[in-house]
Design a protein around this ligand. Structure first.
Ligand SMILES: [Zn+2]
Length: 290
């Protein structure tokens, strides 16, 4: 029952920016639009990239001077902070276009929405960890408290999504720090467990409230400028769920290709940042602290 409610809420969010009519007519139009969202020639997932994390991995140009080896007009899509009531709409949009993505989940949201967390995996997406409690920031915690929060985040995924004992090595050893605020001791600890740290190459800034149309325009402008990259969204944001069908169609129209990242053996190949690289996230984290 809760699952059905969540799905309905998600579909409503997907359509909310267009649904201005009332009563039965709205319901009919909404169902037509859900059907229309499934393209006869879907975008699809162009390839799967196995990402090895042996000895650790630090990737994503916003934070680290290395990134995954994407070709021109290749993108990786990732969604942070769920699962939440808006996640089903995101899943529906991805399913309509045959697109696989990575979901960096907050552990306590997994505990609150276990069936939804499992659905993400069942639909073929990569389920990764974004900590247990999403502390802002790990830099404010002791190393012990930081380790405990990260370990608990992986443990709930093991137990809820993967059917493993909590303390097992994570089957998807991919981690993203809340706010990209890493610390040297935690990085070292994660690397020793062969867990990779994922930043991103560009983001949608969907933490800022804006219309779905403004959100689409912003992320397409950034993508056109970058030409490729690992893009960060939040499946907890209604504006992101609402614009996603249009975004995926736009990717297809402009000949972008989606790359799905999955765990792989050994150590991933990465490519260095362009000359003159600096971390954008350090400045943001420092600003927020001040
Ligand atoms: Zn987050």
């Amino acid at each position: 029952m809760a699952m059905t409610d969540t799905r309905q809420n998600g579909r409503a969010a997907l359509l909310s920016r267009r649904a201005v009519l009332g009563g039965t007519l709205t319901a009919i139009l909404m169902s037509q639009r859900v059907a229309a969202a499934c393209s006869p020639s879907p975008l699809g997932t162009a390839r799967t990239l196995a990402v090895g994390t042996a000895g650790g991995l630090f990737t994503g140009l916003k934070t680290y001077p290395r990134t995954l080896p994407l070709g021109p007009r290749e993108v990786i899509l990732s969604f942070d902070d769920g699962p939440a009531s808006t996640t089903p709409a995101v899943l529906d949009a991805l399913a309509c276009e045959g697109v696989k993505a990575t979901f960096f989940m907050i552990g306590r949201n997994v505990a609150a929405n276990p069936a939804l967390a499992r659905r993400v995996r069942e639909q073929g997406h990569t389920v990764a960890s974004h900590s247990w409690s999403h502390p802002w920031t790990f830099r404010q915690l002791s190393v012990e408290a930081g380790r405990a929060d990260i370990a608990r985040g992986f443990a709930i995924l093991n137990e809820t999504v993967f059917g493993l004992p909590g303390s097992s090595p994570p089957p998807v050893p991919f981690f993203r720090y809340p706010g990209f605020a890493d610390t040297a001791p935690l990085n070292e600890w994660l690397a020793a467990q062969n867990i990779g740290v994922f930043g991103c190459d560009l983001w949608a800034s969907d933490w800022n409230p804006m219309s779905a149309d403004a959100q689409l325009k912003l992320v397409m402008e950034r993508l056109e400028k970058a030409g490729r990259g690992h893009i960060l969204f939040h499946d907890t944001r209604a504006q992101t769920a609402a614009m996603l069908p249009d975004f995926l169609r736009e990717l297809k129209r402009r000949d972008y290709r989606v790359v799905n990242i999955v765990p792989g053996p050994g150590k991933a190949e990465t490519i260095p940042a362009p000359a003159g690289w600096t971390s954008e996230t350090e400045a943001i984290i420092a600003g927020k602290r001040g």
